[in-house]
Design a protein around this ligand. Structure first.
Ligand SMILES: Cc1ncc(COP(=O)(O)O)c(C=O)c1O
Length: 393
């Protein structure tokens, strides 16, 4: 049972209000995307609607095959959201009460919630100061006899250094589940994200590098056993209709979403290249500012779900956010609070000092607007606004 205390006082940082204004630069991604591909998407919708088959039909099957091939994986299983994809993948890996799932402190809450939904305990590790991701070294210190799964997150589109993680998993007989919700189409040493762990969960939340028209997600794996278990779990525990072998879930990706996502998959590599181009504008223009810019490891092909900089101090991050908002530019802070410091995980008893890199990072992270149809002039104006803040325009 979840106990909810509605009288609990919530501290809202004073700069949050400045960020709730709609901005001229930094909004409108999905409207522009619709202008670009709306006709293709509508064509797909018109193919599905007359069929009368809206769940588990041929369009889902086709999209799953396309996404598996795109992700260098044998199988892909469409799921109703990224959160459900993480949850079902962990269930398929046999995670349950008493088990521990090691993940990173700086992620979207759903990464950890998925472990909690299984009745397991998320165990949080700090981040590497350059990639902002977890590392095998950090994970190894937290492995106990209860550990069942390592859950790395390719944060902001920077791929985790996976080879040492897989070695560690092999040594300790653990599963590895990639949270690939920020990294559709990314590469690690030439291999696609989605093929690096034993399974990977992707979110198709609309604003992701590839998003559905609503909620959606997918799991990739090359393990036939996991594939079969995941398919059972996403459809109320059945392998054969009306025969419910286990208590499963109702978490399928809809036929209409799958057809629309097939359209988007054809654009994904081009869109990611456009994000990389925008990142290169920021890299060049901001290189002499006090901001720490994203540092890309040589094993990683970054797909820039977000362009995350680090301000020298919390105060300066606040001032920059307000400065950008005053110029009608949408900067933001993702994620502003470490997951283990959220009220939901108070009971685990973590302290900020447990995360010497992550705790100051979330107070200083400043994400600049970036998306696949963000224009060069908008990136230049954003960078110029930051240069003006530092009196270097
Ligand atoms: C890192 C990460 N994991 C999981 C999720 C959950 O995905 P969804 O919103 O599709 O449930 C998200 C979505 O925002 C995410 O960013």
């Amino acid at each position: 049972m979840t106990k909810i205390d509605l009288t609990r006082k919530i501290d809202i940082p004073d700069w949050v209000e400045a960020l709730t204004k709609p901005t001229r630069i930094g909004s409108g991604e999905l409207e522009r995307q619709w202008e670009e591909i709306g006709d293709e998407v509508l064509e797909a919708v018109h193919k599905v609607l007359p069929t009368g088959k809206y769940t588990l039909g041929p369009y889902l099957k086709q999209f799953e095959q396309e996404f598996a091939a795109f992700s260098d994986s044998k199988f892909a299983i469409g799921i109703s959201s990224g959160t459900a994809a993480l949850h079902i993948a962990l269930e398929a890996m046999g995670v349950g009460p008493g088990d521990e799932v090691i993940t990173v402190c700086n992620t979207y809450v759903a990464t950890a919630f998925a472990a909690s939904y299984c009745g397991a305990t998320p165990v949080f590790v700090d981040i590497d100061p350059k990639t902002y991701n977890l590392t095998a070294e950090l994970v190894e210190k937290k492995i106990t006899p209860k550990t069942k799964v390592i859950l790395p997150v390719h944060l902001y589109g920077h791929v985790v250094d996976m080879d040492p993680i897989m070695e560690l998993a092999k040594k300790h007989n653990l599963y590895v589940l990639e949270d690939a919700s920020h990294a559709h189409g990314g590469y690690y040493k030439g291999r696609r994200v989605g093929s690096l762990g034993h399974a990977a969960a992707f979110s198709f939340y609309p604003s992701k590098n590839m998003g559905a028209y609503g909620d959606g997600g997918i799991i990739t794996t090359s393990d036939p056993d996991l594939n079969e278990k995941i398919r059972m779990l996403r459809y109320v525990g059945q392998r054969v209709k009306f025969i419910h072998e286990v208590i499963g879930f109702q978490d399928r990706l809809d036929e209409i979403q799958a057809a629309m996502l097939s359209v988007k998959l054809r654009h994904l590599d081009d869109w990611n290249n456009q994000r990389r181009h925008i990142a290169s504008i920021y890299d060049e223009m901001l290189k002499d500012t006090p901001l720490q810019l994203p540092q890309v490891a040589d094993y990683c092909h970054h797909v820039y779900y977000s362009y995350a900089t680090v301000a020298p101090s919390e105060e300066e991050r606040k001032n920059l956010l307000i400065h950008l908002a005053n110029h009608d530019i949408g900067g933001f802070a993702m994620y502003p609070i470490l997951v283990p410091m959220q009220g939901a995980y108070e009971f685990l008893g973590y302290k900020e000092e447990d995360f010497p890199v992550g705790a100051p990072f979330v107070r200083r992270v400043l994400n600049l607007p970036i998306f696949e149809n963000f224009r060069d002039d908008e990136a230049i104006e954003t960078a110029k606004a930051i240069l003006a803040y530092y009196d270097r325009a």
